[in-house]
Design a protein around this ligand. Structure first.
Ligand code: RIB
Ligand code: CA
Length: 312
């Protein structure tokens, strides 16, 4: 049974791997489209990178749309220090030949959710939530039509990766995150608490490269580049594959564990803007609104990822 999904993304090497995993799994996932948002790098690059990745997967048929080029209210913060100036540093990949769709990503989100049967489409945001929040504000009637949102963002026990308190995707657009987390749509959240356990060790990187395919080698080169920031900052044993946790959850939810809790977004804090305030111990009495993941079977995750990448 195929699940219809829309991937909203700011590629980003880890976004690229998440997209590849989805496109390598056509029996389970029907990618209706990919919507690009400004985040890791500006929109002109994220929409180009999304098309590069589709062509790397041999899927120039997947419609790619450009969305919002800045957060709802704040100035854009980018992460070239992590992803490189192109956003996809590491492999040398050709410029895309496939066209960018003319429609704005927000229009595509609204029209698709209006057209598809209610509660048949899952949204998979991998970057700042600007496109999703903008669509919800422009067309509130689509909100109950969303089956669920499975997103990468936030942190609780792991604290922030861009500020002491905030994870990047939420930090870039806290107001958008506040709208999405308050929407009432069933949410599954992949915070740093779980993604920092999905590390591309040397052995795992060698398994990607050992596929001997264009995709396998490209992913090995992406993660070789992408690991620098986390190894320098955290002393990690490799690159954390943040965004592929979203796609892997859709394929194998049993690989993940977490807790259904209340999560609020700090939008006012002088030092804490973008913090995901997860009520892990249920002290606030506020209604739970998110399945907040905390752990994964890392070996199972990488076995799934490597096997599926080998299919492209
Ligand atoms: O904090 C990690 C998140 O920020 C990932 O989605 C990564 O791609 C960047 O967008
Ligand atoms: Ca991302």
């Amino acid at each position: 049974m195929q699940r219809k999904i829309i991937i909203d993304t700011d590629p980003g090497q880890d976004d690229a791997v998440a997209i590849l995993l989805a496109l390598a799994s056509p029996d389970e996932l029907d990618v209706l489209g990919i919507t690009a948002v400004a985040g890791n790098v500006p929109l002109a690059l994220t929409q180009k990178n999304a098309r590069i990745v589709c062509e790397l997967a041999g899927r120039p048929d997947v419609p790619v749309f450009a969305g919002c080029d800045r957060p709802l209210k704040r100035a854009l913060v980018t992460a070239e220090h992590v992803h490189g100036k192109t956003g996809l540093d590491g492999p040398v990949l050709p410029d895309p030949l496939m066209p960018l769709q003319d429609a704005h990503a927000v229009e595509f989100l609204i029209q698709t959710l209006r057209r598809e049967p209610a509660e048949s489409v899952t949204l998979c945001p991998l970057g700042p939530l600007t496109n999703i929040a903008t669509a919800m504000q422009a067309a509130p009637e689509i909100v109950p039509r969303i089956a669920q949102i499975v997103l990468m963002g936030g942190a609780y026990f792991e604290v922030g990766n861009i500020t002491p308190a905030a994870e990047f995707n939420i930090h870039v657009d806290p107001e958008a995150a506040e709208i999405v987390f308050g929407s009432g749509v069933p949410l599954t959240v992949m915070p740093l608490d779980v993604t920092h356990k999905a590390l591309v060790t040397q052995a795992r990187n060698a398994a990607f490269r050992g596929l001997g395919t264009r995709v396998g080698v490209a992913v090995a080169e992406m993660t070789d580049f992408f690991e620098r920031f986390d190894k320098a900052k955290y002393g990690s044993d490799g690159a954390p594959l943040h965004d592929p946790c979203v796609t892997a959850f859709l394929l194998r939810p049993d690989l993940f564990s977490g807790r259904h809790v209340n999560v609020e977004i700090e939008t006012e804090g002088r030092f804490t803007a973008g913090m995901t305030v997860a009520d892990w111990w249920g002290v606030t009495g506020r209604a739970p609104n998110a399945m907040f993941m905390g752990d994964l079977d890392a070996d199972g995750f990488f076995a799934l990822l490597t096997e599926r990448l080998g299919r492209l």
